[in-house]
Design a protein. Structure first.
Length: 397
């Protein structure tokens, strides 16, 4: 019995629909795979950049922003282990408004043991949200992804997103897993560098203290100069990483005095011309000491140029105006303020108000007027003396 023409048409129609459905699925899958490849490439670029970064805050902020770009989320949060290693403390959220509900979600996940399981196993876990979405009766998922180094858990990434059991959900989970791994490596690297940096810092501080111990009149000078310079830099709206670098610049700016004899450093009378010429070598000696340490390259202008003058009459090179780096022009003001207010073998230190007036009067000659203006703002805000030395704070308010 032959099949009717009508039945054949119906069969061909069903085959067409099936083929069309398969083609649509393949197209959708191919599109998802292309999208996945693009996201993985972006993650790889992020990892390469962040692996060379030593700023954990920058890594956190950039990482969360990228995660928001790669996957559709309700919000992302980072919780870091506190210094004692016992508690996870909220560090950052995108959007910021997500932080409150994220803390509540973490508390709920701790009670349900999902949080502990993820941390103890070092494995991301994706579970139904306990708090997120309940207010407006939505079903949300939350991913708890540990941020771990080789020997310690650093923190936890918390990501909330819509329930979606299809292929797109699997793509999201894959991206989140990759991201948490990259995040862990980048942060661990930053923490290890910070540990190394702190060791260097303490070693150099010990050297600086030994130099200042040779001159009882300048003990604590480096720390005070750094604090004053930071108050000025904040008024100039410097970025945090540049302000933080001032600690190194302040600490090392006089390191070259290690090459100056005690007889000159502690001479109770005015220096002779030859002795003054020897003193003027300390910025160059300081540069020679640190120039072989690559990560201290950004600090060299603080060492070399804090005795240059805006009018070109300073030393060691006689630079003028903006040929002097902004770092040198900044430290010149801070260094001079502390020098004027400090006791010397041949005179007592002046009152802070005297130093303040001298600096204002020398704007445009010894000092950059822009730096002096920022110094004046910091002074009027009561910040200069307070951070330089607590014994001055009453006179500056």
């Amino acid at each position: 019995m032959t099949m009717s023409k009508k039945n054949l048409i119906e069969i061909d129609s069903e085959k067409y629909k099936l083929v069309a459905k398969k083609l649509r699925f393949l197209e959708k899958s191919n599109s998802a795979l292309v999208s996945m490849q693009d996201k993985i490439e972006k993650l790889s670029h992020y990892h390469a950049e962040m692996f060379l970064s030593h700023d954990s805050s920058y890594i956190l902020k950039t990482g969360l922003a990228l995660l928001q770009e790669l996957v559709k989320t309700e919000g992302c949060s980072i919780f870091l282990v506190d210094d004692d290693g016992f508690e996870f403390v909220h560090k950052m959220s995108i959007p910021e408004s997500f932080s409150t509900i994220a803390k509540k979600e973490v508390d709920a996940q701790i009670i349900s043991d999902n949080f502990g399981w993820a941390v103890n196993n070092g494995t991301p876990v994706c579970v139904a949200a306990e708090v997120l979405g309940k207010a407006d009766k939505r079903s949300l998922s939350v991913m708890l992804a540990p941020i771990a180094g080789k020997e310690r858990t650093i923190g936890l990434t918390v990501v909330a997103f819509d329930e979606n059991p299809d292929f797109i959900r699997q793509q999201t989970l894959t991206i989140l897993n990759l991201f948490s791994g990259f995040f862990s490596l980048s942060l661990e690297n930053a923490y290890l560098f910070e540990d190394l940096r702190q060791t260097y810092f303490e070693t150099i501080r010990a050297i600086t203290n030994s130099i200042e111990a040779r001159d009882l009149y300048t003990r604590g000078h480096s720390d005070r100069v750094a604090e004053i310079a930071k108050t000025i830099a904040e008024k100039l709206n410097w970025e945090k990483k540049e302000v933080d670098l001032i600690d190194w610049g302040g600490m090392l700016h006089d390191v070259g005095k290690i090459g100056i004899s005690d007889a000159i450093l502690n001479k109770p009378d005015r220096l002779t011309q030859e002795e003054y010429k020897a003193i003027k070598n300390h910025p160059l000696i300081g540069k020679q000491i640190v120039q072989e340490i690559s990560f201290l390259d950004p600090v060299i202008p603080y060492i070399c140029e804090h005795h240059e003058r805006f009018d070109g009459k300073g030393y060691p090179k006689g630079l003028s105006g903006e040929d002097i780096s902004i770092k040198g022009r900044l430290l010149a003001v801070a260094d001079t303020f502390d020098a004027i207010t400090s006791d010397r073998p041949y005179r007592m230190g002046f009152e802070p108000e005297v130093a303040f007036t001298k600096i204002l009067n020398n704007a445009g000659t010894q000092f950059d007027p822009k730096i002096v203006k920022a110094f004046e703002k910091a002074w009027l805000a009561g910040a200069v003396c307070l951070r330089a030395n607590n014994r001055f704070h009453d006179c500056c308010m």
